[in-house]
Design a protein around this ligand. Structure first.
Ligand SMILES: NC(=O)c1ccc[n+]([C@@H]2O[C@H](COP(=O)([O-])OP(=O)(O)OC[C@H]3O[C@@H](n4cnc5c(N)ncnc54)[C@H](O)[C@@H]3O)[C@@H](O)[C@H]2O)c1
Length: 327
């Protein structure tokens, strides 16, 4: 099988690329390297381009034909919530416009399979403790809206020209499957804590007065390598009949910010006593995935626990340029 991975040099994409390479699949990566670097894709051919730019459709179509692409995995997107609030039009152009370009090229080149990176952000502030795929979708920022719009576009393409697709709604992705593929961005909790520690500063906790057992927010942390495996399961499922196209990817259990910060202290041997700051706007107290649908229909289950996730993130951080020397 020949698979185009758009955004395949990024944090999650590079994990999927490596799994596909190990499985002996033909992979072509398309990435503008805006938040990543070329060495992450290894031996696979890499086409450096912005998929949201004018003229992208023709170039993508050429690459699809040249590599006889059968399926596309679409990771490329901007993902900073705050930035999306400040620059909504750019986010729509990048995330929605880029995806429309990729799909247009697929339609032209006769490629009928897509796996799309969606997000728990489509749920916004869900009114339930454990989120099922049919829970009301009410994204509260432009980033989350671009993901929900992406799912709608896929539905429409299915109806119009027979696209076969899966959207995976990732919960909190963390860890590293290989030490050289760590999360390079400082946007999620574990890298944010490690970033503070590497500067000799105490980790920050935003709000400890939430209605949760220890007062800090609870999230569902999924190991990035498990998440990468979910893409392989989805790819196989696209060969058959799907009862559903949208799947949560989480573990079905949550960990609080305090528990994560403590786990980092245990793994690193560093003092991670945090400073407590006010709540950030738009943070729901708890966000946990129901992981039942993906297990029932795709046979996928993420079982890696928090300790292992944190240990792998620590190992990757220590393999990188901002290694932390223990005092
Ligand atoms: N990391 C998470 O916790 C998380 C959670 C939910 C959803 N997601 C989604 O998963 C996907 C991958 O996220 P990630 O964490 O690997 O992010 P990332 O920034 O590491 O990866 C995105 C990749 O896409 C590339 N890219 C971005 N815009 C592009 C464009 N217009 N043209 C070509 N390449 C482009 C970047 O250079 C990068 O290599 C994104 O769609 C993101 O919204 C991530």
């Amino acid at each position: 099988m020949s698979i185009m991975v758009v955004g395949g040099a990024g944090y999650i994409g590079a994990h999927v690329v490596r799994l596909l390479q190990q499985a002996g699949e033909d992979v072509v990566v398309v990435d503008d390297l805006s938040t990543s670097s070329a060495e992450r894709v290894g031996e696979s051919p890499l086409v450096v381009m912005d998929v949201a730019a004018d003229g992208a459709v023709g170039r993508l179509e050429d690459v699809m034909r040249e590599h006889a692409v059968d399926a596309v995995i679409h990771f490329a997107a901007r993902k900073q919530v705050g930035e999306s609030v400040a620059r909504p039009l750019w986010y729509y152009r990048q995330n929605v416009g880029g995806m429309v370009n990729v799909l247009e090229a697929m339609q032209e080149a006769g490629v009928r399979k897509m796996i799309f990176s969606s997000s728990a952000a489509v749920y916004g502030m869900p009114p339930v403790e454990v989120v099922e795929e049919d829970t009301v979708k009410n994204p509260i920022n432009p980033y989350g809206r671009t993901k929900l719009i992406g799912e709608w576009i896929l539905e429409d393409c299915e109806r119009a020209w027979g696209l076969n697709w899966v959207a995976l709604r990732y919960f909190n992705v963390a860890g590293a499957g290989w030490p050289d593929l760590g999360d390079g961005a400082v946007m999620n909790l574990i890298p944010m804590v490690l970033d503070r520690l590497s500067r000799g500063e105490a980790p920050r906790v935003f709000g400890e007065d939430y209605p949760t057992p220890d007062g800090t927010c609870i999230r569902d942390y999924v190991h990035v390598k498990d998440l990468a495996e979910a893409h392989i399961a989805a790819m196989r499922a696209l060969d058959g009949q799907l009862a559903h196209h949208v799947f949560n990817v989480g573990t079905g259990t949550g960990a609080s910010v305090t528990e994560v910060v403590r786990a980092i202290g245990e793994v690193s041997g560093l003092d991670t006593t945090p400073v407590v700051e006010p709540r950030r706007p738009g943070d729901p107290p708890q966000l946990i995935a129901s992981a039942a649908r993906i297990e029932d229909e795709l046979g996928f289950r993420s079982a890696t626990g928090l300790g292992e996730i944190v240990a792998s993130a620590w190992e990757a951080w220590q393999a990188g340029p901002r290694r932390i020397e223990r005092p």
